[in-house]
Write a protein that binds this ligand. Structure first.
Ligand code: FAD
Ligand code: MG
Length: 349
């Protein structure tokens, strides 16, 4: 049994970096910071004309989103409270934010033919995915039995959930069947990018930023020296090196889902964390990773998960339906891209 950690050792400590006026434009300053949140590494580089608490605020926003809204593990979150009502026979009124998130996730479930499904909580808990990265219980990892999986699958899926908006209302009511559980792990980091971009837009002192929350990256504004943002796409067969670079200007949301990011190996088989709702097992669609560029973080993150489950052909069609760009790396290393992605991607020789 092996266990794998995504976080480099230095990620446990916040690292602060400050480069005053070092970027070719007298007044622009660069602030950098590395932390952990949402079970992953958060890296920020923010360019400002006036130093404030920007990077500190951004970290607080991510932690707040996790603790107050998205976490399926922390009792403080709205999602945890909603899950606790499963099987109670009661409807729960959601916040405007969670209503909007679940509405968009339900649409993505429908558009992906069920390949993306945030009501997969019972199956994700059975595989005990969170503990793989934290290094807990990995020694005792066992592949779930067929019957256990069937039971968890029977309690999973968007059909276990009813979401209703009253006419003219921004807040929906939700109803969960017995045993159902929502898990927003597939969109949480993208949602963090959406919150961060709203924060950056509201601060006139911010001229540019690049923020990564695990496998999701936001580029915003511009670099002081006028050069483009360069975002590396990891080689799934050796994630410490890049397969290629995306050269981007302005605001983009980029997410990657891969089988190399979070997994355990048992009996010589690799079990990764992107599950096929049709089987309850890790998705086996011939892909090693999918990178998606979309108009917001929820979509880049959600689509990268959905496309991974769907495989290249159906994933390509789904990405294009959403006007997103996508890059697929197949298990044999072959790369396929949407035409728009080809213009942005340069392979590393
Ligand atoms: P993605 O492809 O974006 O998502 C995969 C995750 O989505 C899976 O881990 C599972 O949770 C879920 N999922 C799997 N298959 C599907 C599917 N077909 N459709 C929809 N969803 C699916 N990790 C920890 O170790 N400890 C923590 O405390 C912790 N807290 C977190 C809190 C928040 C708010 C979030 C968003 C994540 C947290 N994580 C934590 C990480 C989490 O467990 C997942 O591993 C992570 O979200 C996976 O993201 P990804 O980008 O690698 O993969
Ligand atoms: Mg995702």
């Amino acid at each position: 049994m092996k266990k794998f950690f995504r976080q480099p050792f230095w990620a446990v400590l916040p690292i602060f970096m400050l480069f005053l006026g070092g970027c070719g434009q007298g007044k622009v300053q660069e602030i950098g910071r590395v932390d952990t949140a949402m079970g992953t590494v958060v890296q920020q580089t923010v360019y400002v004309t006036e130093m404030g608490k920007q990077t500190e605020d951004i970290l607080s926003l991510i932690l707040e989103l996790e603790e107050e809204t998205l976490s399926w593990r922390l009792e403080t979150s709205e999602l945890f409270q909603v899950n606790a009502y499963a099987g109670s026979g009661r409807w729960v009124e959601l916040s405007e934010e969670l209503s909007r998130i679940l509405e968009q996730c339900a649409k993505l479930t429908e558009d992906s033919g069920g390949a993306f499904d945030v009501a997969l909580g019972p199956v994700a808990r059975l595989w005990n995915i969170d503990s793989w990265a934290a290094g807990l219980h990995t020694e005792s990892f066992q592949v779930p039995g067929k019957q256990e999986l069937e039971e968890a699958l029977a309690q999973s899926g968007m059909e276990q959930l009813r979401l209703e908006f009253l006419p003219g209302e921004e807040c929906a009511d939700v109803y969960l069947e017995e045993g159902a559980a929502l898990d927003l792990g597939a969109v949480g980091k993208g949602l963090a990018l959406d919150v961060i971009s709203r924060y950056l837009e509201a601060d006139a002192h911010v001229t540019g930023a690049v923020v990564s929350v695990g496998g999701s990256v936001l580029t915003y504004g511009e670099k002081p020296d006028g050069t483009s943002w360069r975002v590396g796409i990891a080689n799934p067969n050796n994630s410490s090196v890049n397969l290629g670079i995306l050269t981007l200007t302005g605001q983009w949301y980029i997410s990657t889902s891969g089988d190399y990011e979070r997994y355990v190996e048992s009996g010589g088989v690799r079990y990764h964390h992107i599950l096929d709702p049709a089987t309850g097992y890790p998705a086996d669609s011939g892909l090693s990773s999918v990178t998606v560029l979309a108009e917001n973080g929820l979509l880049s993150d959600g689509l990268s998960t959905a496309c991974f489950v769907l495989g290249r052909e159906r994933g390509m069609a789904l990405a294009q339906q959403y006007g997103a760009e996508a890059l697929f790396v197949e298990k044999d290393g072959e790369i396929f891209m949407t035409p728009g992605m080809e213009a942005l991607f340069q392979p590393v020789e």
